[in-house]
Design a protein around this ligand. Structure first.
Ligand code: UD1
Ligand code: MG
Length: 459
């Protein structure tokens, strides 16, 4: 069933009280407009055009290839936007689907149903409506003996019209030619002195054209005009994402406290404890256990890994690796299979080889660590001299003593050892011990002497 689509996305979104275009606000990592375009894609439309205006450049930047835009500037209301959208289509005849850019809960299925209903009923206009217990703020669908005769906006509605609970979702299918002629007749004679697209419904109905409404589940009617509504739709979208993952076999102790972007992949049998945030291009492998309290952005975690109380950005964690509690993996971190990064450890731009461990209190930056190496507690790669960053290379089966300062650039050979507390400025050859610290001396009887002196001073 062929159709053309106009998406309305030029509005200011004044009620959001933010500096961002309304349709670019994000829910589960995807802008409101991208959610809507995702649903529109299911229509397989011949043409889709997005009406942009406020922050036009930024809005155009998120449009997928093949989707055109047309500028509405200034913005004189949804009717004005529809007129500009219609003029921007290569062909404005046949069924025209209009969708607002601020309704991210709309599904492709519902759009297809609406178009089918429009065809089957041979209507000039088909409105998608919802029944809301609290219709405040929405346009009301006015019927006469069952037939739709008008949509009245909240601010223009009489008291008895405000009592109507069937509201307009702002999703419609129109016959293109009838839409064009009705749009020529709308005026700004209303509370907001704007051209209302909703007035088209009354105009068509008075002219004797058939207008029908298809009522869909109330959830889909949630538009986003305020931050409160954005939070509400985000909760619903998050619930949809988590429910799909649970159905796929992912385990969650408390799904209401797991926050996963639409762009993330989580394999079946992964386990997610509360307060896990997975964003961007993150992929989590089967059997991996995350949380509590883990934030992962643009990272890949293999299978059967365990990550607790950690933050990672642009990192890769191999199969069977252990991370945390309390670890920070920064961009360019690669943890090989079976490696461990423990408590109060920060890693940046470094590779930790298979089976190697950085268990406690370390900073590892710009380093390459080989296989089965152990980095003692408190070790720091001193990679920055205030001007440039330098590399540290540590071989296989190395034992770096606790509290070693590795002054980069420096290389520690295979099977080498460093003495605890050493400041290592020069390379340590394979199999050698590198140690740099003052020899210890003990002063016998010190405590007694110290006390005696203190007693004398007191007199
Ligand atoms: C609109 C409907 C209302 C419906 C509600 C559902 C009108 C007059 N009212 O009200 O009946 O119940 O949606 O959510 O249509 N836009 C433009 N150009 C403009 C103005 C708006 O492109 O000049 C776009 C906005 O970016 C937005 C969409 O149109 O995506 C709807 O505009 P909005 O101001 O949110 O209308 P509502 O007050 O929500
Ligand atoms: Mg709205």
């Amino acid at each position: 069933m062929s159709a053309r689509v106009i998406v309305l996305a030029a509005g200011k979104g004044v009620r959001m009280r933010s500096g961002t275009a309304k349709v670019l606000h994000e829910a589960c990592g995807r802008s409101l407009l991208e959610w809507v375009l995702g649903a529109v894609a299911d229509l397989d439309a011949e043409e889709t055009i997005v009406v942009v205006g406020h922050h036009a450049r930024e809005v155009e930047a998120v449009l997928p290839v093949g989707i055109e835009s047309v500028l509405q500037d200034p913005q004189h209301g949804t009717g004005h936007a529809a007129r500009i959208g219609l003029a921007g289509l290569a062909d404005g005849t046949g069924p025209i689907v209009i969708v607002p850019g601020d309704m991210p809960l709309i599904t492709g299925e519902a759009l297809v149903m609406l178009l089918e209903h429009h065809h089957a009923s041979s209507s000039a206009a088909t409105i998608m409506s919802v029944d809301l217990a609290d219709p405040l703020g929405y346009g009301r669908v006015v019927r006469d003996a069952g037939s739709v005769v008008a949509i009245v906006e909240e601010r223009d509605a009489a008291a008895e019209e405000r009592a109507i609970t069937e509201v307009n979702t702002s999703v419609y299918v129109f016959d293109g030619e009838q839409l064009a002629s009705a749009l020529d007749k709308i005026t700004t004679d209303n509370a907001q002195t704007e051209y209302y697209l909703t007035d088209v419904v009354g105009i068509l109905s008075s002219a004797g054209a058939k207008v029908t409404a298809l009522t869909v589940p109330a959830e889909m009617g949630n538009g986003v005009n305020t931050q409160t509504q954005l939070a509400a739709v985000s909760t619903i979208l998050r619930d949809r994402i988590n429910t799909a993952l649970l159905e796929d076999g992912v385990w969650m102790l408390d799904p209401a406290r797991v926050y996963i972007d639409a762009s993330v992949t989580v394999e079946p049998s992964a386990m997610l404890y509360p307060d896990v945030y997975l964003t961007g291009t993150t992929i989590v492998g089967a059997g991996t256990c995350l949380g509590p309290n883990v934030q992962v952005h643009d990272s890949k975690i293999g299978q059967r890994a365990v990550v607790q109380q950690a933050v990672m950005v642009d990192a890769m964690v191999g199969d069977d690796a252990l991370v945390g509690p309390f670890a920070y993996l920064r961009p360019g971190t690669v943890l090989a299979r079976g490696s461990k990064v423990g408590t109060y450890v920060e890693i940046k731009g470094s590779t930790v080889g298979p089976g190697s461990k950085v268990p406690h209190l370390s900073y590892i930056g710009d380093a390459t660590i080989g296989e089965r190496t152990n980095i003692g507690a408190g070790t720091i790669t001193v990679n920055y001299d205030g001007y440039r960053k330098y590399a540290t290379t540590i071989g296989n089966r190395v034992r770096i003593g606790s509290d070693t300062m590795l002054i980069a650039p420096v290389t520690i050979g295979d099977d080498a050892v460093t003495g605890a507390g050493s400041v290592i400025t020069d390379d340590v050859p394979d199999g050698a011990l590198g140690v740099s610290r003052d020899p210890q001396r003990n002063i016998d009887g010190y405590a007694d002497k110290r006390r005696k002196r203190a007693d004398e001073e007191q007199g």
